[in-house]
Each structure stands twice: as C-alpha cells, then as structure tokens.
Design a protein around this ligand. Structure first.
Ligand code: ACO
Length: 311
C-alpha cells in the first residue's frame, strides 16, 4: 500500500481585494499586474482572523472530506511562514482547538512548505508510526507585506489548505518526490528587519522558471514515468508566466495545468493545496490520474511530488 491523500479542504478569507485597490494606493495599474503576474484579485484576512483561524477552518473541511475525526490523527504538520507567533506553533493551536494531544509541529520551507509537509507526513505513515497525519499549508502573508512597496504588495494573498494522509491501495498515492534547497539564493527572498517580505523579483523569477521545470521532470523520472504520463500539473501559484514555463517544459496543454493565481495571488504554503481542491471541485482530476505537485520558494527551496490520485 502507498501513502495518499484521503481528504482535503481549503479556506480563504471572505474579503476580495481587486487590483483596483492597489491602483488607488500605489504607482501601479490593473494592466501591469495582470500582464506581468496573472493576478486579478486576492483575499486578505481581517485583523481579527489570524493564521491559526484559517488553518482550523481548512482542517474542519479536510477531516469531513476524509470522513474521520481529529481523534484519528497521530501527527499534525503545519507549513507556514506566518504563524500567529513562533511558539506555540499553529500545529499546537489546531490540536488545542479540537481538544487532542497528538504530536504536532510547524515546519518552515516558505512556498515549498506544503510539499515538504506532505513528504514529511508520508514518512511517518510508511514506517507505520501513525495511521493518519494532517498536513496544513497556511499563510496570512498580509501580516508581512509592505503595502507601500509596489514590487511585492500586489503579489500576495492569505489562505489555507489541509490534507489528511493515510495508507491507500491499488498503486495509488505518492510515487516519488524531489526536495532541495540552495541557500546561496537566500538573499533573493527574505523577511527584512522591518518584518516585511523583501524580494529580488527578477532573480526569483529566473530560479523558479528553471527549478520548477527541472524538479517536475525529475520527479516523473524517479517514478519511472515520462512527461506524457502526467495527467495534471498543480504548480505553486506565484506568477502565471512561471507556471506557463513549467507547462511548456512538460509539454502539457493548458487544460491540464491548475491556475488559481488570478483569484488568490501567491498564498505561499497554501497555494498548491488550494489549487488542488479547486481542480477536484471542478471535476478536472479523476481517480488514478497522475498528478505532479511542484513548488519553489524562499530559502531558496523547491519540492515536487508525483502522485497517483485516489484513496
Ligand atoms: N506596478 C508597476 N510597475 C512595477 C510594479 C508594479 N506593481 N512592480 C515593479 N514594477 C516595475 C519595476 O520597478 C521595474 O521598473 P524599472 O524597469 O524602471 O526598474 C519594472 O516594473 C519591471 O520590473 P521587473 O522586475 O523586470 O518585472 P518582472 O517582469 O520581472 O515582474 C515580478 C516582476 C512580478 C515580481 C516577477 O519578477 C516575479 O514574479 N518574480 C517572482 C516572484 C516570486 O515568485 N516570488 C516568490 C515569493 S513567495 C515566498 O516564498 C514568500
């Protein structure tokens, strides 16, 4: 038996901020944002809604979708760069909310965090330590966004996704993964002294275009598959042009690639899971489809998973 996702859920804050919001405040335009990034709108949480609140709402949906309760979970793994505070972790806050005392930890790998979380969880299941592991990717990036900096303010959004991982049958589940990092690129994307995201956009862009394609190809090779075997690509949603480059590298038609960056902007650790839920809801992913999930982010980090979908 393999390790797969048996339930998944997402949550985004209610309030939508269109590009017009930034047009009114910064030297930018809807046209620039759409053409350079593909973003049309994003959601920002209110002051009363913190990262843990987003995480709990996504978790409720994932548990329901998996048809289990929090008491069945052996470990909670939360990927986030924007916890309510460094400790207690968001994972512990989730446990407390649901009244359980299972193992719980936050991990930090920026936008690659959800992939790192899924891989981490799968190790505990494969070695029979836990039967069910909850993985959450969640961000309240509006907390660390400088709304006066047009280079970054327009890019980000808030959101959460949650997945329950368990043993699955019939050759389904995670087939292979690829994780990596290159600390020499740390200076291209970091939290500055003012606690805001600081970024050399062009450098991150070049890295992302190269690394997303490389990692996606590599993870398929590791699974003994060809590019043509990929039924659906779920990439990190940072910029439509980066996604397009990854799509071309795999030679996929556009209908086989998830695009949600237009609606949510870059939600970092939440973006891959958010996209996966959207595609499932729209019926674009079927049982036994081969999916490639691929992300990149601060660190610099990257990660990808080849997955045969289904319980
Ligand atoms: N509106 C108008 N003009 C702008 C804006 C804006 N919002 N932002 C930047 N510009 C200007 C720049 O100042 C620059 O002007 P200049 O030529 O006079 O200096 C010009 O537009 C072009 O800038 P570039 O950096 O070349 O624009 P590019 O096409 O590279 O797009 C972008 C910029 C969107 C940031 C792109 O580089 C990108 O997406 N990079 C990757 C970002 C990313 O994925 N980050 C991941 C972070 S996730 C995490 O881990 C938290």
């Amino acid at each position: 038996m393999g390790t797969g996702i048996i339930g998944i859920g997402r949550y985004v804050p209610e309030t939508v901020y269109t590009n017009e919001y930034f047009e009114q405040r910064l030297d930018t335009s809807d046209e620039w944002i759409r053409t350079r990034t593909g973003i049309e709108e994003r959601r920002f949480a209110s002051d009363e809604e913190n990262t843990s609140d987003l995480a709990i709402k996504a978790t409720e949906k994932a548990l329901k979708n998996a048809n289990i309760t929090m008491n069945d979970i052996g470990l909670i793994v939360v990927a986030t760069a924007t916890p309510d505070q460094v400790f207690p972790t968001v994972a512990c806050q989730i446990g407390e909310h649901f009244g359980v005392k299972c193992a719980a930890m936050d991990i930090s790998a920026a936008c690659s965090g959800f992939i790192y979380g899924l891989v981490t969880a799968s190790q505990y299941i494969e070695n029979n330590t836990y039967e069910h592991v909850l993985v959450v990717g969640v961000e309240k990036l509006s907390k660390i966004t400088n709304f006066e900096d047009r280079n970054t303010a327009i890019l980000f959004g808030d959101g959460a996704c949650a997945a329950v991982l368990s043993k699955v049958s019939d050759g389904r589940g995670i087939l292979s993964f690829d994780l990596g990092s290159d600390g020499s690129g740390g200076e291209f994307l970091f939290l500055n002294d003012e606690q805001f995201i600081d970024m050399k956009g062009r450098e991150v862009f070049k890295f992302a275009v190269r690394q997303m394609g490389d990692s996606a190809v590599q993870v398929l090779e590791k699974a003994g598959l060809q590019k043509e075997d990929c039924d659906f690509l779920v990439p990190h949603q940072a910029n439509i042009r980066i996604i397009e480059a990854a799509r071309e590298r795999l030679g996929l038609p556009s209908e086989k690639v998830s695009i949600t960056v237009n609606k949510y902007g870059n939600t970092s650790a939440a973006s891959i899971g958010l996209s996966l839920v959207e595609e499932l809801e729209q019926g674009k992913i079927k049982d036994d489809d081969i999916l490639v999930l691929v992300g990149f982010g601060g660190g610099l980090t990257w990660g990808s998973i080849a997955l045969k979908w289904g319980k």
